[in-house]
Write a protein that binds this ligand. Structure first.
Ligand code: TTP
Ligand code: MG
Length: 404
């Protein structure tokens, strides 16, 4: 049996799970190479061209958030509430009410994330990476409940000293409580929820913080008068299953703190993809192709950073109202070639060119991994997938809704 196997019928062991999430990660990376940005409002824009107001906010430092800037906001809107420092000079606008804007630089952020991953892997037996800045650690065999506070503080210091960014950490006996705990005291947070405290910890929180409850489900629950996790936990399970089916039963369990998922290392992805929506459908071929190329570059970059070759290149096109079309082409052999991804994506897109398009995606599949290892079982059976409600794509990476 593997380390996470459990005899049928036995109760969940008291796991010690830590969830680690870096604070304003892209902005923290920018500060790492540009220390003058420390303590300043910093906005990192996806699709942002310095000097313009194009793109959308990928993240903002906490100083910028204090002005109301937040992820996925149109960059032009962010600039309205927080102008660029360089623009306000001599304008009479107070300089301390202005910020620094930087474009997304994925290769750099990936390299910082790789350092953090190495460190987490040294300090925990089992690590499940969920996104570029977020991972679950099973630390049951490294510490105990008396010592875990110290353990987590040392982990945070190591991330700060060796990687140079701050992390928030949540510790709990379950994955879902650990995740909520890491978010509870951000930034630079450390929250430990001991066994027996989970239900009390969850009870006052908004129902949307319950694992598996996204904004839509939360809205429906509110119409049923269920606003907090505690109210969800106390709700009649049959009402929930009538309304939401099996998922109703699941979120009811999560709200009560029950979650017997083990921290499983992430399996090999079957494909890598990126997608991005236009705020409004666009029929402008230049914007369409431009976006397609950006997505293709992003996918190729990701494959390269993971040492992955691919044999199939595909696109996804969403046209109004919500019609999804996919097209794919397989190559004679595995390649790693960004220009080819962009070129094939563009050819596949030709039949849609100048149609109104809401959303575009680029995907590579038929992957081969450079180290020749067999894919792990976790790849085939992964109950924890698709959990964040923020459209993780199949490699666990977020897709950003861009505004333009
Ligand atoms: P998050 O961990 O959600 O956000 P964050 O690290 O910036 O801030 P914090 O955790 O302190 O709340 O996401 C990690 C990175 O992913 C983030 O730095 C930028 C990117 N991202 C996007 O590109 N688009 C998004 O909509 C979100 C939420 C994040
Ligand atoms: Mg984060």
């Amino acid at each position: 049996m593997g380390p996470s196997a459990r005899l049928p019928g036995t109760a969940a062991r008291d796991r010690i799970v830590a969830h680690v999430d870096m604070d304003c990660f892209y902005a923290a990376c920018e500060r790492l190479r540009e220390p003058a940005l420390r303590g300043e409002p910093v906005v990192v824009g996806m699709g942002y061209e310095p000097g313009t107001d194009s793109g959308a906010v990928a993240t903002a430092s906490y100083e910028a958030r204090a002005f109301g800037v937040e992820s996925a906001m149109a960059l032009s809107e962010a600039l309205d509430i927080l102008p660029r420092k360089v623009d306000v000079a001599g304008s009479g606008h107070p300089v301390d009410e202005a910020g620094f804007y930087r474009p997304v630089d994925m290769p750099f952020y990936e390299s910082v994330a790789a350092e953090a991953r190495t460190l987490l892997q040294e300090r925990a037996g089992t690590v499940r990476e969920v996104s570029i800045d977020e991972a679950y650690l099973d630390v049951t065999d490294r510490t105990d409940w008396e010592a875990v506070g110290t353990f987590a503080r040392e982990l945070k210091s190591a991330v700060a000293d060796e990687v140079g960014v701050t992390a928030s950490v949540g510790v709990a006996p379950t994955m879902s409580a650990a995740k909520i705990a890491s978010d509870h005291d951000k930034p630079d947070g450390l929250v430990v929820v001991e066994p027996g405290e989970v239900a009390d910890f969850l009870a006052p929180l908004d129902v949307e913080s319950v694992h598996g409850v996204g904004p839509v489900t939360a809205g429906e629950l509110r119409t049923l008068g269920i606003e907090t996790a505690g109210e969800l936990a106390a709700a009649d399970p049959s009402v929930l299953t009538d309304r939401f089916g099996e998922r109703g039963r699941q979120v009811h369990r999560f709200a009560r703190g029950a979650d017997d998922r083990d921290v499983e290392p992430r399996g090999r992805p079957k494909s890598l993809s990126r997608e991005s929506a236009f705020t409004e459908a666009t029929a402008d071929p230049d914007r369409q192709v431009d976006r397609l190329r950006t997505l293709a570059d992003g996918v190729a970059e990701r494959a390269k950073s993971r040492d992955v070759l691919y044999r199939t290149i595909g696109i996804k096109v969403v046209t109004p109202p919500f019609d999804v079309s996919t097209r794919a082409r397989s190559l004679p052999g595995p390649v790693a070639d960004g220009e080819l991804v962009a070129g094939v994506a563009e050819e596949l897109f030709a039949e849609f060119l100048a149609d109104p398009v809401r959303k575009l995606g680029v995907r590579v599949s038929n992957l081969s991994f450079a180290d020749g290892e067999q894919p792990s079982l976790a790849e085939w059976a992964d109950p924890a997938r698709g959990e964040t409600g923020r459209n993780p794509t199949d490699d666990g990476q977020r897709s950003l809704t861009e505004y333009d």
